[in-house]
Design a protein around this ligand. Sequence first.
Ligand code: PMP
Length: 457
Amino acid sequence: MPDTARKERHRRLWQSDHQHLWHPFTQMQDWLAEEPLIVDTAEGVYLVDTLGNRYLDGVSSLWCNVHGHRVPEIDDAIRGQLEKVAHSTLLGLASTASIECAETLAALVPRGLTRVFFSDAGATAVEIALKMAFQHHQLRGDEARTEFVALRGGYHGDTIGSVSLGGIDLFHRLFKPLLFDVHHAPQPYCYRCPLGKAYPACGTACAGDVEGIFEARRGKIAALVLEPVMQGADGMIAQPPGYLRRMRELCDRHGALLVCDEVATGFGRTGTLFAVEQEGVVPDIMTVAKGITGGYLPLAATITTERVFESFLGPYEAKRTFFHGHTYAGNPLACAAATASMRLFTERKVMEGVPGKAAALARALAPAARMPHVGEVRQRGLMVGIELVRDRETKAEYEYALRSGHQVSVEARKLGAILRPLGNVVVLMPPLAMTEAELERLAAIALAAIEKVTARI
Ligand code: PMP
């Protein structure tokens, strides 16, 4: 396209975006004052904007892309499915694509998780987990088990049930009057320990506080819900080793269910296919979304054990049915994409490459340890948070209004990478398909952008 035509098209789209769109998690007053970057196409791990600029997709298009964009196998699977049927319902009917997808998924998740309940977003997968856990206990006659425990700093999506579980004040506090009560336990955040202790001398005292809640509410807890290994949205908060295992044992001791939200960590991000594998833990319920389709289409799943599933069985008139379902649950196009993406994990031996890539990324980020405004680099596999601080000694934070992370993202774009921060934490969450050379370039761009921004704010 000639340059003038390209610019003209870009301006028209820019104007139209500003007229019609309301962007998620975005202060629209700022948005309307700035020129948007408009993604037009993609190729592999690069996004291409309407002006023809190429950017490394440094956060996997919001943590979901896995094998890169325009992957022939996934493209073909969707095209093939389009020639069969785009959508049919799972309410009272089965479909080829959803059966194949559930079977493929069940073979990948930790052994013991066997039943797949489809929906279309991480938040819906969590809502389903909540309601399933609640109903499971009711159906078993354990009617006092109506309470949930979650972690401060947790994030499980933006619907009201998921927000009730959430523990990020900035996003969740306003809605408090609309939410149900959840016991929030201290966040396992060693860099800024909420208990003022230091790991490992603390003996993971924060886990002890969760145990305290279970003791105080003996027989009342339906489930503990958490993001295993790494809390994503609060700024990539990595849990100390052994924490998750201890939570599993705690739930077992108290007859509560453990719900692990693998929406962000699932499908290889933390170095294992699912984060729970790192602690040898099998949850009673696991939620997945984002990466399940390789980052192509909206699909989510709430996966349970046979034990949970069996609680719901009974004669029709006993009304033990799980009365919940989303219209596009198990959408065949999304399922076809998911099956193709999951098969690629096996065919391309994706997970075998991840440790080497994670090590390359860690090496490339090593200079951050000497940067005056980097407080901590937290990495698990290809999930990274770089916490910026005004002062390394005191760990003083940059003021909210400075938008330090956002400024880093703006600089990174000029250097050829798309990043999206979480407050003062610069996030890198590249597609697993990025090569070591691309990961090194991504790290170099992030560090250069951090250096530039922190020198002037
Ligand atoms: N759980 C976790 C751990 C997440 O990170 C997210 C999204 N960032 C969600 C749930 C919600 O997923 P969705 O945006 O698809 O509703």
